[in-house]
Ligand binder design. Structure first.
Ligand code: C2E
Ligand code: MG
Ligand code: MG
Length: 286
């Protein structure tokens, strides 16, 4: 039934042994994920966000990693989707917020240069639909003494739009406390720009698919320019994701994109590697 539904409306799919294996594997994965959250199998890597001109680190994006015992790493694209489908996303998001806020608070205390950096945490539209979410985020920030303005919650355009009615109240409540919001993978969904402009958002993240091929496809340059203009007129910061080559970086800088992240600038790092990177960043040529 799921195979038929996934193929579109009014489809037929015949059941075979490979489907049985896939369903069985998914059930095992779901059960493993439920245990992983409580058993310390998750970890967070931090990818720096750089101001592009002059070049300096302005924050980090927290990216969750899951290594299954005896089986190895699972891609976030797989386990985040599974967590959303099975209702485990609430526990996962709460864990990531707690862990990332605690980490930034610790860095702020031990490294004065990190006092003004921000932490970006990915959340799902479903999180914003939870009535207790605002109180939870506030409580974590207070407990660790982190100003709300240093936490940015990233939400993809698609998941925000699919939970919009339930999400709006929380979005406004949290924004009023100072928490920032960023639209992730911007321009990959089908939301109305007129509607997006009414939301209390502080930044737009240009999806990696527009940064790839920036130097081969003139239309991608025009898309980046359009998002920049939109950001400027709505007062939103613009961040480019997935910068992999020096040519892409040069083009983004010449277009005036203020902030970027990508493997060229830094891969996601485990927490121990971050303080060393900060001293290194000071020496990287602008
Ligand atoms: P995202 O939020 O758009 O994060 C950026 C993704 O691009 C990350 O993949 C990052 O490792 C990868 N990336 C960064 N720079 C480059 C680059 O230069 N080239 C390429 N090819 N990739 C780059 P990752 O860690 O596999 O995460 C994938 C997606 O999973 C994230 O996309 C986000 O939507 C979701 N995700 C990850 N952690 C969490 C989480 O804790 N909660 C939620 N709700 N979603 C998460
Ligand atoms: Mg993100
Ligand atoms: Mg993204």
């Amino acid at each position: 039934m799921y195979e038929a539904k996934a193929a579109g409306r009014g489809r037929i799919a015949s059941f075979d042994s490979s489907m049985h294996e896939r369903v069985a594997e998914k059930l095992v994965l779901e059960s493993d994920l439920r245990h992983a959250i409580g058993e310390g199998q998750l970890s967070v890597h931090f990818q720096p966000l750089h101001q592009l001109q002059p070049y300096r680190i302005v924050g980090f994006e927290a990216l969750t990693r899951w290594i299954r015992p005896q089986r190895g790493p699972i891609s976030p694209a797989v386990f985040i989707t599974l967590a959303e489908e099975t209702g485990h996303i609430a526990a996962l998001t709460s864990w990531v917020i707690e862990h990332s806020v605690a980490q930034l608070a610790l860095w702020r205390r031990s490294e004065p240069v990190m006092a003004h950096l921000s932490m970006h945490v990915n959340i799902s539209g479903r999180d914003l639909a939870r009535p207790e979410f605002t109180a939870y985020v506030q409580q974590v920030l207070q407990r660790h003494g982190l100003p709300a303005s240093q936490l940015t919650l990233e939400i993809t355009e698609t998941t925000l739009m699919s939970h919009l009615v339930a999400a709006l109240k929380t979005l406004h409540e949290l924004r009023a406390t100072g928490v920032q919001f960023s639209i992730d993978d911007f321009n990959t969904g089908y939301s109305s720009l007129a509607y997006l402009s009414t939301l209390p958002i502080s930044s737009l993240k240009i999806d990696r698919s527009f940064v790839i091929g920036l130097n081969e496809k003139p239309e991608n340059v025009e898309i980046v320019r359009a998002v920049l203009n939109l950001g400027r007129s709505l007062g939103h910061q613009v961040i480019a994701e997935g910068i992999e080559t020096a040519e892409q970086l040069a083009t983004l800088r010449s277009l005036g994109v203020p902030v970027g992240q990508g493997y060229l600038l830094s891969r996601p790092l485990c927490a121990d590697q971050v303080p060393a990177l900060l001293s290194l960043a000071k020496t990287v040529a602008a």
